[in-house]
Ligand binder design. Structure first.
Ligand code: C5P
Length: 217
């Protein structure tokens, strides 16, 4: 069973995907990590995140293990890491180099506790359109930029990171614009995706409505 969850930043995809993976005993792949890893690799090695040749080389040399160790980089989950990821993710050679690694994960899926499982919940921007076009269930989770920026802002504050709502809103809109307008795998729902706007829903409401959809299938 492959479930894909795509949508813009801070729409609630990650929380939903983790809960679904736990309930249905599936592995979870946060595909934003592959682009964050390339961005952090460039920053670690003194390259600009706008350097397309260096980004393509970093993507070609990326492995699952290297990505997991780069996840400890202090900027991996920060706003800087998100902006860097969104810049390298707009480069076609970077996307091409990272595609197989994402697709291969479904061949031998392993849950976070190391057990072998029968499928994957993917979370990202193009998992239903490019990574797994044959997925069993495709979801597109969205919310207004203001609601998403407020969620992200609160998340940063909870983690003890400095944050200003206005800055987070501006960054959210900038990332949306870059993710939706890029030539390679732009952010869009797959034709057969179920679209859910979570602006007025809490995570339990989203989770329960998605479980109903999955159980019906
Ligand atoms: O989801 P997350 O915020 O970690 O993603 C970081 C960036 O990686 C996104 O803004 C987007 O540009 C890129 N991304 C992508 N395709 C994916 C997942 C993430 O282009 N499947």
């Amino acid at each position: 069973m492959i479930i894909t969850i795509d949508g813009p930043a801070a729409a609630g995809k990650g929380t939903l995907a983790k809960r679904l993976a736990e309930k249905y005993k599936l592995a979870y792949f946060d595909t934003g990590m592959v682009y964050r890893a390339v961005g952090c690799d460039l920053m670690n090695n003194g390259f600009s995140v706008d350097d397309a040749a260096a980004a393509a080389a970093a993507a070609q040399n990326m492995t699952f293990g290297k990505m997991m160790s780069l996840a400890n980089h202090p900027d991996f989950r920060s706003a800087i890491g998100g902006q860097a990821a969104s810049k390298v993710a707009a480069m076609p050679k970077v996307r091409q180099a990272l595609l197989k690694m994402q697709q291969d994960f479904a061949k031998n899926p392993v849950a976070s506790d190391g057990t072998k499982v029968a499928g994957v919940v993917y979370d990202g921007r193009d998992t239903g359109t490019v990574v797994c076009p044959d997925a069993d269930i495709k979801l597109f989770i969205t919310a207004s930029p203001e609601v998403r920026a407020m969620r992200r802002h609160k998340e940063y504050l909870q983690k003890g990171l400095p944050s200003s709502y206005d800055d987070v809103l501006a960054q959210t809109k900038e990332r949306d614009q870059r993710d939706s307008s890029r030539s390679s795998a732009p952010l869009r729902p797959a034709d057969d995706a179920i679209i859910i706007d979570t602006s007025d829903m809490d995570i339990d409401q989203v989770f329960n409505s998605v479980c109903k959809i999955i159980d019906q299938r």
